[in-house]
Design a protein around this ligand. Sequence first.
Ligand code: FO1
Length: 316
Amino acid sequence: MSVLAITGGVGGAKLSVGLTHLLNPNQLVFLVNTGDDFRHLGLHISPDLDTLIYSLAGVACPKKGWGRRDETWSFLKTLEDLGGPAWFQLGDKDLALHVYRTQLMSNGGSLTEATKEIAEALDVTHSVLPCSDDPIATVVDTEDGQLSFQHYFVKYQCRPQVKGIQYDGADRARLNSSLDLATISMVVICPSNPYLSVDPILTIPDFRKFLQNSSIPVLAVSPIVQGRALKGPTAKIMTELGHTVNNKTIARHYKEILTGLIVNDGDAVDCETIRDLGIECVARNTVMHTLDDRVRLAQDTLDFGKALLSRKRCGR
Ligand code: FO1
């Protein structure tokens, strides 16, 4: 059995860590959002790939979830003193990774090859794959006009009201060719932001087609707990796009591809309406503060997936 975990930023990385404690590198592959990638100070920056790699390597900043623990900031301070763009916080250790990735790619390497080299250097044994080697750029339509993702998310701290979201290049992008879809027996959509982190991946045409036509279980862990987002601007964006902030909205959002949704145990009452949409639903503790929480939720997710798999095999 091989599980494909789809993940974006900090929330997704937490469940991803839990999954690596239960599945070995032959049983688990990560497909990661690249819609947040951008060029900054001449460097190729891939925040979601780095958040996942740092998390799996155990070197992520525990407080922020992104960047590295025990970071120093001489570069950023000096850049600021020079009057340079210091709104995007690049720590010294993190900076070395961006410089190295940019060099690997300038020498002709793909993002996949650069990611593999960096992950191996940090002793990450599971495959971490950018969703595509073709460029995808998330662009946020706001009341203040169009903003590139990192300007919306970091520079303006998600303050502008969102009117729509586009994934430039995603409809032409090819799914990462290192991913062998024939080996995948279950897909887990981690509790990342559906609009900002997951949709850029799901928009890739050959991947969407695979999910629509395949009979393997596709599970998602809802990022919503009792009408609020576990992390980040998910709830704010849902409201601004005219959606009610609840699990039913998440289920509807993924309806075309989803077999089962895991909601928080405080939201167990939502399961009935979600089943009415033709999507299986279980309620579990989806809040992950500790490593134990991450492993427990990963186990609950895999158990749910296996139950759906055997139900399918029995023709139920
Ligand atoms: N997020 C912030 O809120 N502020 C930052 O200054 C910032 C810098 C940063 C540097 C490297 C990196 O890999 C990630 C960084 N992030 C920062 C996080 C990141 O931009 C977002 O969390 C993701 O793009 C959303 O998933």
